[in-house]
Design a protein around this ligand. Structure first.
Ligand SMILES: [Zn+2]
Length: 79
C-alpha cells in the first residue's frame, strides 16, 4: 500500500470536503492558524493562511490544490 505524507492526506481531505460542499473556506486546523495571514496571489487581498480559496475573488490560494482539483474534476467528468 502506498504511503501518503501528512501533506498529501491533508490535501486529499481538503479536496474531498471542497468537492462535497463546493465551497470549502476553512481547513480542519483553522483554529490553530487563525493568526497566520497570507496574501492572495490573484487579487492581493489579505486572507487567512488556511483558506483553500480567496475569500474575496475565490481564486485557489495554492497551485497544488488547484492542480489536484482540476485533476479530480476532470476524472469525474470523464467517468
Ligand atoms: Zn483573491
Amino acid at each position: 500500500m502506498q504511503t501518503m505524507s501528512q501533506a498529501e492526506i491533508d490535501l486529499e481531505f481538503m479536496l474531498n470536503e471542497f468537492l462535497a460542499t463546493g465551497d470549502l473556506q476553512t481547513l480542519p486546523t483553522d483554529h490553530a492558524v487563525a493568526s497566520d495571514l497570507a496574501v492572495c496571489r490573484a487579487c492581493g487581498e489579505t486572507i487567512r493562511n488556511g483558506l483553500v480559496r480567496c475569500s474575496e475573488c475565490h481564486a485557489f490560494t495554492r497551485l497544488e490544490i488547484e492542480a489536484a482539483y482540476r485533476d479530480k474534476v476532470g476524472k469525474r467528468q470523464q467517468a
